[in-house]
Design a binder for this molecule. Structure first.
Ligand code: NAP
Length: 262
């Protein structure tokens, strides 16, 4: 759907990631990277984090009520373009976005950062999901730095022997493994921080989702340096046929092209 003559196109960014915030900033900043603005931008957040860092532009918080609810919101608010910039592990929302874009007849782009790949010196084991990660973990180590997020902690709750260090923005809720220390912190974290943390807690295995982002995350570099194995949870499936951009700048360029299309 193209914007009505004279009206600014309205992009709804399904957010919760650094890339989503960066896209809203690019569109708000103007200039050549700003996708031919002026754009009206609304970012949608799920509301999982108590005090989120807010992007420029409009912000709305909370679920829509499935693909139908999202399609109704799109129609009611004159949204002309939809960008799914949710986290690569926010599986349900990506499928909701694909369904809603179809229902509402608006173009959809997935802004998804590339995943990580192991390099020389890395000792990585892959798991299909959190449940498989929990079953593989006892064979890999006993002092675990678990960075898969507080909402997935239940998958490890039955593991009584390993000691877990969990880092999250907000405190995790039960069920959780019994031997657990929680570190409340918000990234980004530097290599020195990660080195120090692995050493101080005598970590012998790191568990991470393949969230991707910068070429190699400091926690992965620190694990490689320390010779610590890494258990990597693979990404869930994504809806077929949705165009993808790997960076906020590429998403802004796509929006520019989409706004020019009839
Ligand atoms: P999910 O399982 O894909 O989504 C569950 C439900 O939450 C959706 O059906 C939707 O409710 C609502 N929702 C999700 N993202 C939303 C958004 N941006 N705006 C409004 N409603 C949203 O997602 P999740 O894994 O719980 O993640 C929730 C949020 O945290 C996402 O925005 C994601 O970007 C962010 N996040 C997730 C992870 C992760 O590892 N999963 C990591 C970092 C950040 P309705 O069906 O009612 O619309």
């Amino acid at each position: 759907m193209s914007a009505e003559a004279g009206a600014a196109p309205h992009v709804l960014v399904l957010g919760g990631t650094t890339e989503a915030r960066r896209l809203a900033e690019l569109l708000a900043e103007g200039g050549p990277a700003a996708a031919g603005g002026p754009w009206r931008v609304t970012t949608s957040l799920a509301g999982r984090v108590a005090a989120p860092v807010l992007p420029p532009g409009g912000v709305r918080i909370g679920g829509f009520g499935g693909p139908e609810g999202l399609a109704a919101w799109i129609a009611a608010h004159g949204v002309t373009h939809l960008v799914d910039a949710t986290h690569p592990f926010a599986e349900r929302m990506s499928f909701n976005a694909a369904g809603a874009a179809r229902l509402a007849g608006v173009p959809l782009l997935a802004l998804r950062r590339p995943g990580w790949s192991p390099g020389p010196g890395d000792d990585w084991t892959f798991a299909a999901d959190l449940a498989e990660a929990a079953s593989l973990l006892p064979g890999l180590g006993s002092r675990v730095f678990l960075t898969t997020g507080r909402t997935g902690l239940h998958a490890f709750a039955h593991l009584a022997d390993p000691w877990f260090l969990v880092r999250s923005v907000d405190p995790p809720a039960a069920p959780a493994p019994p031997r657990l220390e929680v570190l409340l912190a918000r990234g980004p974290f530097g290599l020195d921080d990660e080195r120090e943390l692995l050493a101080r807690h005598r970590i012998d295995v790191l568990v991470t989702k393949d969230s991707g982002g910068s070429a190699t995350a400091p926690k992965l570099a620190a694990a490689r340096e320390a010779g610590i194995p890494v258990l990597v949870v693979r990404r869930p499936p994504v809806p077929a046929g949705v165009p993808e951009a790997g960076t906020a700048a590429a998403a802004a360029r796509w929006l520019h092209g989409a706004a020019d299309r009839p």
